[in-house]
Design a binder for this molecule. Structure first.
Ligand SMILES: [Zn+2]
Length: 149
């Protein structure tokens, strides 16, 4: 805490210093308000974009199955699943990081992206490789670092 000076003892230099300090603090406060306003605008834009994506990927009933109105995949489609994921760095994701379920889910996502085996591939060898991958995700070999998605 700053040492207080009695008004009768205050010099004009000390008063000028106090006004300078007041100006500095007013400037800092204005800067913080501008930053907060900009972040609020960015947050509003992000929330609006998420709402537009959710509206685009709404669920519809097609052939007695819930599907995505936009991409036609089973609902929730990959876009909706990504939107439903907790934000990185939140308590939920921190708790889930590195769990078997997280690793298996990441492997599943990789397999979905990779699609079926290329033509001419031995399906039994392809399947064996997948089983080895799955085993290593569930029980990582002790002498190897865990595979990161
Ligand atoms: Zn979709």
């Amino acid at each position: 805490m700053t040492e207080r000076i009695r008004l009768d003892d205050l010099t004009s230099d000390q008063l000028a210093q106090l006004y300078d300090r007041l100006d500095e603090l007013a400037e800092v406060s204005a800067t913080r308000k501008r930053i907060a306003r900009r972040r609020r605008d960015q947050l509003d834009q992000a929330e609006a974009a998420i709402a537009r994506a959710r509206a685009l990927h709404a669920r519809v009933l097609r052939m007695e199955a819930l599907t995505c109105a936009h991409c036609g995949q089973a609902w929730p489609c990959p876009t909706v699943r990504v939107l439903d994921e907790p934000a990185p760095g939140t308590a939920t994701t921190q708790a889930a990081d590195g769990t078997t379920a997280t690793r298996v889910t990441a492997l599943y996502e990789r397999w979905v992206k990779a699609g079926p085996p290329p033509l001419g591939t031995s399906v039994s060898r392809w399947w064996d490789a997948r089983l080895v991958e799955l085993h290593n995700v569930i029980a990582p070999p002790a002498n190897q670092p865990e595979e990161q998605p």
